[in-house]
Design a protein around this ligand. Structure first.
Ligand code: NAD
Length: 254
C-alpha cells in the first residue's frame, strides 16, 4: 500500500527548514500541494521552492502575534480557493531560560514561548476546525509536540515542556469534540532530532551525550519523522484520531 496524499491542500507551518522541510518534501512526494510557511529564513524558503516548484507555495508570517497568524490562515485559504484538507502545526521555538533570571526576563521568555508554541497553534486549529466544518470531507490536523511533554525537560526548558504539553491536550480535545464532523487530530512527539533547534544542545553537551540517551545507534533525522506525518495526513490512520505518536528512538517509552 502506498501513502497517498494526492489532491490534498496542506498548510505546514515552519515548513521550509528542519523537521518542517522534511514534512513538506514527504507530503509533496505523496502527491499533496503544500503551503510552506516560513518566518525569517528567506534563503532556505527560496531553496525549497526551487527544489519543489509548483507543488509548494511560500507564505511568510511571524507567528508570535495573532494578527499574523490570522493573515497566514486567510492567505492560505485564498491560495487554495477556499479548500484546506489538512494543517501541520510544526513551527515552534525552544528558548533556554535560566531559572535564576529575574522575574521580568524569565516571564518574557515564558510568554514568547507560549505565543508561538501554544497561542498560534490554538488559533490555527480553531480556524482550521471552523473551515473543516464547512467541508464535506472535513480535514486533518497534525500538531508537533515533543517528548518533553511526557518526560519533562531540563531546568532551562520549563516553558518549552509546558507549551508542548498544552498542544497534546488541545489535540485530544479537538479529536473528541469534532470527530463526528469528520475532523481528525493527531499529535506527533519527536525526541531529539538533528536540526538547528537541537544544534545548541549538541554544541554544549556533544553528540555522544545525545546518543547515550536513545536506544538506537544513530540520532533521529528529520526524514525519520516526516513519513509518519504523511501517513496521518493520508487518512490511513483516521481511527487513531486523538493519539500521540512518539518518535524518540526509544529514549522515552511510556
Ligand atoms: P527549527 O528551529 O529548525 O524549526 C523551527 C521552525 O519554526 C522554523 O521553520 C521557524 O521558522 C519556525 N518558527 C520559529 N519561530 C517562529 C515564529 N515566531 N513565527 C513563525 N515561525 C516560527 O526546529 P525543528 O527541530 O525543525 O522543530 C520543528 C518542530 O519540532 C518544533 O515544534 C519543535 O518544538 C519540534 N521538536 C523538535 C525537536 C528537535 O530535537 N529538533 C524535538 C522535539 C520536538
Amino acid at each position: 500500500m502506498k501513502i497517498d496524499c494526492s489532491h490534498q491542500h496542506i498548510l505546514v507551518t515552519g515548513g521550509t527548514r528542519g523537521i518542517g522541510a522534511a514534512i513538506t518534501r514527504t507530503l509533496v512526494e505523496c502527491g499533496a500541494t503544500v503551503i510552506a510557511h516560513y518566518n525569517r529564513n528567506e534563503e532556505s524558503a527560496q531553496k525549497l521552492k526551487k527544489e519543489l516548484g509548483s507543488s509548494i507555495h511560500l507564505i511568510k508570517a511571524d507567528l508570535s502575534g495573532a494578527m499574523e497568524v490570522a493573515r497566514l490562515f486567510s492567505e492560505t485559504l485564498e491560495y487554495f480557493d477556499g479548500r484546506l484538507d489538512g494543517i501541520v502545526n510544526n513551527a515552534g521555538i525552544a528558548l533556554s531560560s535560566d531559572i535564576n533570571k529575574n522575574a521580568i526576563e524569565w516571564t518574557d521568555d515564558w510568554l514568547k514561548t507560549m505565543d508561538v508554541n501554544v497561542n498560534a497553534v490554538g488559533l490555527l486549529c480553531k480556524r482550521s476546525v471552523v473551515q473543516f466544518q464547512k467541508q464535506e470531507n472535513g480535514g486533518r490536523i497534525v500538531n508537533i509536540s515533543s517528548r518533553a511533554a511526557f518526560r519533562g525537560d531540563t531546568a532551562d526548558y520549563l516553558a518549552y515542556a509546558t507549551s508542548k504539553g498544552a498542544v497534546v491536550s488541545l489535540t485530544k480535545s479537538i479529536a473528541r469534540a469534532f470527530g463526528k464532523q469528520n475532523i481528525k487530530a493527531f499529535t506527533v512527539a519527536p525526541g531529539f532530532v538533528r536540526t538547528d533547534m537541537a544544534q545548541p544542545f549538541i554544541d554544549q553537551y556533544g553528540e555522544g551525550f545525545a546518543l547515550d540517551d536513545i536506544a538506537l545507534t544513530k540520532l533521529t533525522e528529520p526524514e525519520d519523522v516526516s513519513p509518519t506525518i504523511a501517513m496521518l495526513i493520508s487518512g490511513l490512520m483516521d481511527h487513531a484520531t486523538g493519539t500521540t505518536i512518539d518518535i524518540n528512538a526509544g529514549s522515552y517509552v511510556h
